[in-house]
Ligand binder design. Structure first.
Ligand code: HEM
Length: 162
């Protein structure tokens, strides 16, 4: 099946040297990374006490921005993956990054629903719950892991070995 995917017209297009294959997908992936991790990071920093002029109850407005970024990441990431699926499925760094992405998306889901539910109370009391702090720590650690593993995928393992 992986060979079939690799021989497909879409894979050839993504591998090709046209501007619309790998370079475009990688550019979208970089934007998605900035918007998604940036959006989630702004919420995290606010909950940690920075930017106190931003009301806690308004942080949930970033939720759709982060989910749009996740969709961009899945589409652009799939396009990059399609260039050499049989190599990616056995690449340790890619598998670690992909696992962290799946856990990160799940944790982000619970993080934002907690934020939506509990932020009025946090705002009124002026204190964030322990649960809120745990979500900030977990999302920051997971997205940092995704960034490092994503960047190192090109250097660890045999993906680009001559
Ligand atoms: C929020 C989710 C994600 C983040 C933050 C992320 C982040 C990154 C980063 C920082 C890189 C390195 C880019 C570079 O070398 O300039 C990368 C590369 C890559 N990502 Fe993602 N990614 C995400 C989701 C995905 C998903 C869901 C897939 C697969 C379906 C994927 C597939 C890839 C592939 C194939 C590469 C190229 C690896 C290489 O050959 O060097 N990514 N990603």
């Amino acid at each position: 099946m992986l060979q079939y995917l690799e021989d497909s017209a879409f894979s050839e297009w993504a591998r090709g040297e046209s501007l619309w294959g790998w370079p475009f997908a990688l550019t979208v992936h970089a934007w998605g990374t900035a918007i998604g991790i940036g959006g989630s990071g702004i919420c995290g920093l606010r909950l940690l006490g920075f930017f106190r002029t931003i009301p806690l109850t308004s942080l949930s407005r970033l939720t759709p921005v982060v989910w749009v970024a996740v969709v961009l990441q899945v589409c652009s990431g799939f396009t990059l993956w399609m260039t050499k699926p049989s190599k990616y499925v056995t690449d340790g760094a890619f598998l670690i990054k992909f696992t962290l992405v799946c856990i990160g998306v799940l944790v982000t889901w619970f993080y934002f629903s907690t934020l939506r539910r509990e932020s009025p109370e946090w705002e009124a009391k002026g204190v964030i719950s322990q649960r809120g702090y745990r979500f900030v720590a977990a999302t920051m650690a997971l997205w940092a892991g995704v960034l490092v593993a994503g960047r190192l995928t090109a250097y660890l393992g045999q993906l680009y070995a001559q």
